[in-house]
Design a protein around this ligand. Structure first.
Ligand code: CP
Ligand code: NVA
Length: 301
């Protein structure tokens, strides 16, 4: 099957990723001018959610409508997916009725299995291992605020989680240096780090990691599915908060991103969220524009 999927950023070439980022900026300008662009008449997206979401659901659903198509929300709580229907069978059935599928789930293998049996493009809307759609929005945001990220230094502070893994992929595709400051025991996947060792540096001390950095990024200390570990993680991540004092030690033009939702007062201080260097709400809005560009890339020939 020649169907293109978007399961990780590695499903795109560097050129394709840049093309999508630039197109997202165009689509954003078109929307701001009130221009209607609706090439997806009759096209339907199935949105499968096995975890909670605000941004992802709203951006995909609004994006499909704005492009002239339709999006259908499917929760595992009230579909047969939640009652154990095999992923392979669900993929065959769902992809026979819609034009594109978006999935938010736990194990990355689930989305790989779904994609293998899907007749239509499958988009990863977050798994335990990757969150590539968020990176489309983040990279668009950096481009808008600071220009080309090539040759710049980005510092990831906190858990070596799904977002961190997607930042590693972005570093490889867009040619930037990624410093990762995480406590011992919370490293990202070391096989992925080894694969991109020319781009990635691991630190234990956030202050060391942010020196000269153009972008600071963090995320919650306990991701969805790790709620039971919240208290223990609060202790492990002590000293890893992004606040204005830490930000002051980065490059003078540095900006701050967080995929949201944020736990203000934990991984990020209250004041940092609203600091002029914080672009978190532009970043969130870009989920809409970036994913419209992605959907167009996958569906409009
Ligand atoms: N950043 C992000 O994916 O947000 P939601 O969990 O609200 O979709
Ligand atoms: N790492 C977080 C990202 C949420 C958008 C999680 O997986 O819960």
């Amino acid at each position: 099957m020649n169907t293109r999927h978007f399961l990780t950023l590695q499903d795109l070439s560097s050129e394709e990723l840049k093309q999508i980022m630039h197109r997202a900026i165009e689509l954003k300008a078109m929307r701001n001018r009130g221009e209607v662009y609706a090439p997806l008449n009759n096209k339907v997206m199935a949105m499968i959610f096995e975890k909670s979401s605000t941004r992802t659901r709203v951006s995909f659903e609004a994006g499909m409508s704005q492009l002239g198509g339709h999006a259908m929300f499917l929760s595992s709580r009230d579909t047969q997916l939640g009652r154990g229907e095999p992923i392979e069978d669900s993929a065959r059935v769902i992809s026979s009725m819609v034009d594109i599928v978006m999935i938010r789930t736990f194990g990355h293998d689930t989305i790989e299995t779904f994609a293998k049996h899907s007749k239509v493009p499958v988009i990863n809307a977050l798994t335990d291992d990757y969150h590539p759609c968020q990176l489309l929005a983040d990279m668009q945001c950096f481009l808008e605020h600071r220009g080309d990220i090539k040759g710049k230094t980005v510092t990831w502070i906190g858990d070596g989680n799904n977002m961190c893994h997607s930042y590693i992929n972005a570093a490889a595709l867009l040619d930037f240096t990624l410093n990762i400051a995480c406590p011992e025991g919370f490293d990202p996947d070391m096989a992925l780090v080894a694969k991109h060792q020319d781009r990635v540096n691991i630190f234990r001390d956030p202050k060391e990691a942010v020196k000269g950095s153009h972008l600071l990024v963090t995320d919650v200390w306990a991701s969805m599915g790790q709620e039971d570990e919240q208290e223990a993680r609060m202790k492990s991540f002590e000293g890893y908060q992004v606040n204005s004092a830490l930000m002051d030690t980065a490059h003078e033009d540095a900006i701050f991103m967080h995929c949201l939702p944020a736990h203000r007062g934990e991984e990020v201080s209250h004041e940092m969220m609203d600091d002029p260097r914080s672009v978190v709400f532009d970043e969130a809005e870009n989920r809409l524009h970036a994913q419209k560009a992605l959907i167009e890339f996958l569906l409009v020939k």
